[in-house]
Design a protein around this ligand. Structure first.
Ligand code: CA
Length: 352
């Protein structure tokens, strides 16, 4: 027993990207998102796009079912707004992905987001995988693997998914497309998941917390703080029982960014298969790929990293870059329209 615990402790200390000497190469990532169903995707997209430790190659907007009823076009627009807010819209392509869940675990749904993911994966291999950050349903990732099985050898997935180990279960991302997660867990794709519970435990923020964090960080900080405050205005009391109070809400998807940045502790555990009701079953006879379960998130370093990046963006504002081109903080194109609940009281997104 002690040996098992010791092994678990050692694994949890291994950073996501361990490099000996010198700054690590940026980790290439693709984001899939249900941006607009909540306020957390916007924070996580902004954080990933700003981080010099990550290279965000693309964002794929997929769906959010009722009560949001968002399609790929909606969540893609929401992602563009978040990128625009931090001056990264021109740097990161955004595609529309799935408008709904897979029909079953064997049938992919092709769209421009899936096609881009397949194409981008071609530059990667089992020894150097493309990391896909799943902030929403796994639909487009599963479709990519089903359309082109070699994708399984070129990507790994980190996701906000599942409630408990070894029970499984899920209240949103997996529930919205169980078949996609069945396909993914059955493929030879390494997977790391952070549960909603570990995110709630580590990443809950009060309105005062987010306001203080984003103070003096210019329009990008004001935009992110506004999203958190406006969400609390609209839904804080609805979910007070879940979050511990009407004045607090966790930035769930930041858990996935934390994994990519090496700011989580995780254990390698037996890979589950997934039943139709979202519960785990063992063994998984179809895949021998690695499965990691996140047990802790370094809240201070994660939020500190985001604040530091926004501070750097603020200091860059208006100053020409070394190349003479406008800096990344230059104003972007204004997104065309608001999405979902944010239409109640849109937060100003454009930086500059
Ligand atoms: Ca999300």
């Amino acid at each position: 027993m002690l040996r098992v615990l010791l092994f678990a402790a050692l694994v949890s200390l291994v950073p996501w990207t361990a490099h000996a000497g010198g700054p690590p190469e940026p980790l290439p990532v693709v984001i899939t998102t249900d941006c607009g169903a909540d306020m957390d995707d916007q924070w996580a997209i902004a954080h990933a796009a700003l981080s010099p430790r990550l290279h965000t190659l693309a964002v794929i907007g997929n769906f959010a079912p009722e009560p949001h009823d968002l399609h790929g076009a909606d969540t893609a627009e929401c992602a563009r707004e978040a990128l625009a807010a931090v001056g990264r819209l021109a740097a990161v392509p955004v595609d529309e992905g799935a408008d709904g869940p897979l029909r079953d675990r064997a049938t992919p749904a092709r769209n421009e987001g899936v096609d881009r993911l397949v194409r981008l994966s071609e530059g990667f291999s089992p020894g150097r995988r493309l990391t896909v950050l799943a902030f929403g349903p796994a639909t487009d990732i599963a479709s990519a693997v089903l359309i082109e099985p070699a994708v399984a050898e070129r990507i790994e997935v980190v996701a906000l998914a599942f409630d408990h180990y070894p029970e499984g279960g899920d209240g949103w991302n997996v529930r919205n497309d169980v078949a996609a997660w069945q396909a993914l867990l059955d493929a030879e794709v390494p997977v790391t998941t952070a549960s909603g519970y570990v995110a709630l435990d580590a990443l809950n923020l009060t309105r005062a917390d987010s306001g203080a964090m984003m103070k003096d960080l210019g329009p990008p900080g004001a935009y992110l703080a506004c999203l958190h405050a406006t969400w609390l205005d609209a839904f804080g009391d609805v979910f007070a029982g879940e979050t511990g109070g009407a004045d607090r809400w966790p930035v769930w998807d930041e858990a996935v960014v934390a994994i990519a940045l090496g700011l989580t502790g995780q254990r390698e555990l037996a890979r589950p298969a997934l039943a139709d009701d979202g519960s785990f079953s063992f063994p998984n006879a179809r895949s021998r790929a690695r499965y990691r379960w996140v047990g802790s998130i370094d809240r201070q370093r994660l939020y500190g990293d985001l604040v530091g990046l926004l501070g750097r963006l603020r200091s860059e504002e208006g100053s020409p870059s070394a190349s003479g081109r406008p800096t990344a903080a230059a104003p972007d194109v204004t997104p065309a329209r608001c999405v979902g609940w944010m239409c109640r009281k849109p937060c100003p997104a454009v930086n500059g």
